[in-house]
Design a protein around this ligand. Structure first.
Ligand SMILES: O=C(O)CCC(=O)C(=O)O
Ligand SMILES: [Fe+2]
Length: 330
C-alpha cells in the first residue's frame, strides 16, 4: 500500500508541488494505451436526448430528497467496493449538470481547434465554492446520505469535488484505487461519480474490479511514477486471477459509488463528445489526515486548508454533508 512502506520504496514520498490539473496531466501518462486514439476517426454519437433542464428549485428539491437504498444494495457495496445506482438524478438534473459544467469548462480552458491538443483530461475542483448549481450537487444531502448509508457511518464530510472531463481521443485512466490519493487515515471514504450525460462503452465508463477483496491481489505491486508499469501489472494480476470487471455503460441519471480501496480504471474516449463527470468524495466525520501525505496525494492542502498531517480533517472546505442538521458543525 502506498501510504506505508512502498511509498518510500517507489520514490513518491514527497509532496506534489503543482496544481490539480497538472496532477491529472501527469496521472494519465501512467496509463497503458495499446494504441493512440485517432481523433479524426472517433465515433459521432447521436445527440443526447433532449430533456428540459431542471430549474434551481427543482434541483434543490431533488438533491435534498433521500434516495431509497435497499439493504441488498448496501451489502453489495460492502462486498464489491462499488455500486451503480439508477435514477439518482432525473433527466432534467443531468441536463442541467452538463450545461453548467460545460460552461465552467469553457470559461477555464481553451477549446479552439488550434489550442494544445484536443484530447486532454481536464479537471476543475472546488467549483462548489463559487457556483450555486454545482454546490447543490456537491453538498447534496441525497448523494451524501447514500454515501453515509453505504459506508454505514452516521455522518460524512466532503473531501473534494472534481469536474472531470475527457475530451474526444483522451486515453485510458490507469488502474488505481483512491486510497493512494487521499491523505485520509480512514477506510471510510467513498466517491460518487456523477456522469453529466449517458456514457456508452465507447466513451470510457468508469470500470470496477470486483469484489473489494481483489485489493489484496495487487496491494504489493510497487507504484512507478515514471511509466505505465503499475497499470500494466495490475491489469495482468486481474487477468491471471479471472477478476470480474464491471465496465458497463452508464444510463442517463445513473451514478456510481466506489470505496477508496476499490480498484478502477476507464477506457479512453472514442467518441466525439466530451465525457463530463462530477466526482465528489466524502469521508466519515472524525477522520484524520495521514501522518505523511505523498506525491500521489496531489494538491491535498487545497482541499483541507490549515489542517496538518495527523490532525482531524474538518476545515471549512470539509462541511458535513449528511446529516443536514450537522452542517454548521465545522
Ligand atoms: O474519470 C475517470 O476516468 C477517473 C475518475 C476516478 O478515478 C475517480 O473518480 O476516482
Ligand atoms: Fe479514482
Amino acid at each position: 500500500m502506498l501510504k506505508g512502506k512502498n511509498a518510500l520504496d517507489s520514490g513518491i514520498n514527497e509532496p506534489w508541488e503543482q496544481d490539480n490539473q497538472a496532477w491529472w496531466d501527469w496521472y494519465v501518462t501512467l496509463a497503458h494505451n495499446p494504441a493512440e486514439i485517432d481523433t479524426s476517426c472517433v465515433v459521432q454519437l447521436d445527440p443526447i436526448p433532449h430533456f428540459d433542464m431542471a430549474s434551481d428549485d427543482q434541483i434543490k428539491n431533488e438533491l435534498t430528497t433521500p434516495y431509497p437504498l435497499t439493504d441488498n444494495q448496501c451489502i453489495a457495496f460492502r462486498r464489491d467496493g462499488s455500486i451503480k445506482l439508477p435514477n439518482v438524478l432525473s433527466r432534467g438534473a443531468v441536463a442541467r449538470l452538463r450545461n453548467e459544467t460545460l460552461r465552467l469548462l469553457q470559461k477555464s480552458f481553451d477549446f479552439s481547434s488550434d489550442s494544445r491538443g484536443n484530447n486532454r483530461f481536464l479537471s476543475l475542483e472546488l467549483m462548489w465554492l463559487s457556483n450555486n448549481i454545482v454546490r447543490s450537487y456537491v453538498l447534496s444531502p441525497r448523494i451524501a446520505k447514500i454515501c453515509s448509508d453505504l459506508l454505514n457511518v452516521p455522518s460524512v464530510r466532503l473531501y473534494h469535488d472534481n469536474i472531470l472531463a475527457k475530451e474526444p481521443g483522451c486515453g485510458r485512466t490507469p488502474w488505481h484505487c483512491d486510497d493512494h490519493h487521499f491523505p485520509l487515515a480512514t477506510q471510510d471514504v467513498v466517491t460518487a461519480w456523477i456522469p453529466a450525460q449517458p456514457i456508452p462503452n465507447l466513451m470510457g465508463p468508469l470500470a470496477f474490479a470486483k469484489p473489494l477483496s481483489v485489493f489484496d491481489l495487487v496491494k504489493d505491486i510497487n507504484f512507478n511514477k515514471f511509466d505505465t508499469s503499475y497499470d500494466k501489472l495490475v491489469a495482468k494480476a486481474f487477468e491471471l486471477n479471472n477478476v470480474t470487471i464491471e465496465d458497463k455503460s452508464f444510463a442517463m441519471g445513473e451514478v456510481s459509488f466506489h470505496h477508496n480501496r476499490s480498484f478502477h480504471t476507464a477506457n479512453g474516449n472514442n467518441t466525439s463528445r466530451m465525457r463530463i463527470v462530477l466526482a465528489n468524495t466524502y469521508f466519515a466525520d472524525g477522520a484524520r489526515v495521514v501522518s505523511q501525505p505523498t506525491l500521489v496525494s496531489g494538491d491535498w492542502q487545497k482541499f483541507i486548508p490549515g489542517v496538518g498531517p495527523g490532525d482531524v480533517a474538518a476545515s471549512r472546505l470539509n462541511p458535513i454533508c449528511w446529516p443536514v442538521n450537522d452542517r454548521k458543525k465545522v
